[in-house]
Each structure stands twice: as C-alpha cells, then as structure tokens.
Design a protein around this ligand. Structure first.
Ligand code: HEC
Length: 85
C-alpha cells in the first residue's frame, strides 16, 4: 500500500512538472503571440512549413528586434508545439 501511494505521488509530480514545463515553453512566444497574432495563425498565413523557415521568417521579418532574446531552443520548442519539422 505504501508503495502504491509512493508511485501515485511520483506520477502526479512528474505530470505536474510536464504541464508546467509545457506552459513555460508556450509563454516564450505566447506572451506576445496571442489572439490574432497567435503563432499558428502566422504560420498558416505566411505558409511557413518548416522550423528553418520559421526562424528565417523571424530574423528577416520586420519584427526581428522583438525576437533578439530568443534562443534556438525556444524556436525548437515552438516548432514542436506547432508540429513543424
Ligand atoms: C516580445 C514579444 C514577442 C515575442 C516573445 C515573440 N514574438 Fe514573434 N513577433 C512579435 C511581433 C510584434 C511580431 C510582428 C507581428 C506583426 O506582423 O504584426 C512578430 C512576428 C513573428 C513572426 C512573423 C515574422 C514575419 O514578419 O514574417 C514569426 C514567425 C514569429 N513572430 C515567431 C515567434 C516565435 C517562434 C516566438 C517564440 C520562440 C516569438 N515569435 C516570440 C513579437 C514577439
């Protein structure tokens, strides 16, 4: 019985962190990209089909300055949630 409780606590713990981590990833872009400017909408309207195209679009776009602080990992995380390769 004790063991079962330990396992359940571990599972809840890990799941909780997974969700928190996911939310943090989303926030990197989501703090600015929401509503009409949500990333999935941008990706669709600009016909961005890969992670490379996404990064290129950002760097060459008029808002490049807004993205200076973002790292390659941030883009990778964003690509993952957007299902880009
Ligand atoms: C500090 C605010 C901010 C953050 C954080 C941010 N963006 Fe942006 N982003 C902008 C603004 C402002 C624009 C210009 C929107 C427009 O065209 O009206 C933009 C435009 C873009 C565009 C379109 C570029 C173009 O002009 O073709 C892409 C793609 C994009 N962002 C991706 C991302 C991704 C991916 C992240 C997270 C890793 C991110 N952004 C985080 C503010 C932000």
């Amino acid at each position: 019985m004790k063991r079962l409780i330990a396992v359940m606590v571990t599972v809840v713990f890990v799941l909780g962190f997974g969700v928190l981590g996911f939310a943090a990833d989303m926030d990197k872009c989501g703090s600015c990209h929401k509503g009409d400017k949500a990333l999935d909408k941008i990706v669709k309207s600009k016909k961005i089909e890969s992670c490379d195209a996404l990064m290129k679009g950002v760097k060459e776009g008029k808002a490049a300055k807004m993205h200076e602080k973002l790292t390659a990992d941030d883009y990778k995380a964003a690509c993952k949630t957007l299902n880009l390769k």
